[in-house]
Ligand binder design. Structure first.
Ligand SMILES: *[C@@H]1O[C@H](CO)[C@@H](O)[C@H](O)[C@H]1NC(C)=O
Length: 124
């Protein structure tokens, strides 16, 4: 192959990749479970003591709203977030019920129900 042919091939490939990237919806490259646990840590008082109920606008609910935006932004994020939440509640299994009530109290939807051992078969 001539050098110029190889060059134009590479240019075409790069253009192809750019088109692919720009046509996909806004996607967080990878959901770190540490991000998810950090967001839940804003709710640690409620998670540990069951009171006071977090209300929309509180620090805890702001974190849950952020989580819901990430979960509902497509690109398989819901499933990733769900998996992170599932491993999180394994560590706080005695507090799983409290964790499960958070979206409702905050008036947000993660698009999946927080129940222990969910298989996270949720689709965007
Ligand atoms: C959270 O778990 C601890 C034990 O690890 C328990 O003492 C506490 O009552 C639980 N809180 C709630 C709200 O379920």
């Amino acid at each position: 192959m001539e050098l110029s042919t190889i060059r134009s091939y590479n240019v075409l490939r790069i253009i192809g990749i750019l088109i692919l990237l720009s046509s996909s919806p806004f996607v967080f490259a990878y959901i770190e479970c540490s991000t998810v646990s950090q967001l839940f840590s804003s709710c640690s008082v409620f998670i540990n003591y069951g009171t006071p109920d977090p209300s929309p606008g509180s620090r805890c609910c702001d974190a849950m709203s952020g989580l819901s935006i990430i979960a509902n932004s497509g690109g398989g994020n819901k499933q990733s977030v769900c998996r992170c939440v599932m491993s999180l509640i394994q560590n706080y299994i005695q507090n799983a019920t409290a964790i499960g009530t958070l979206p409702g109290l905050c008036g947000i939807s993660l698009g999946f129900t927080i129940i222990p051992n969910s298989n996270c078969l949720v689709y965007d």
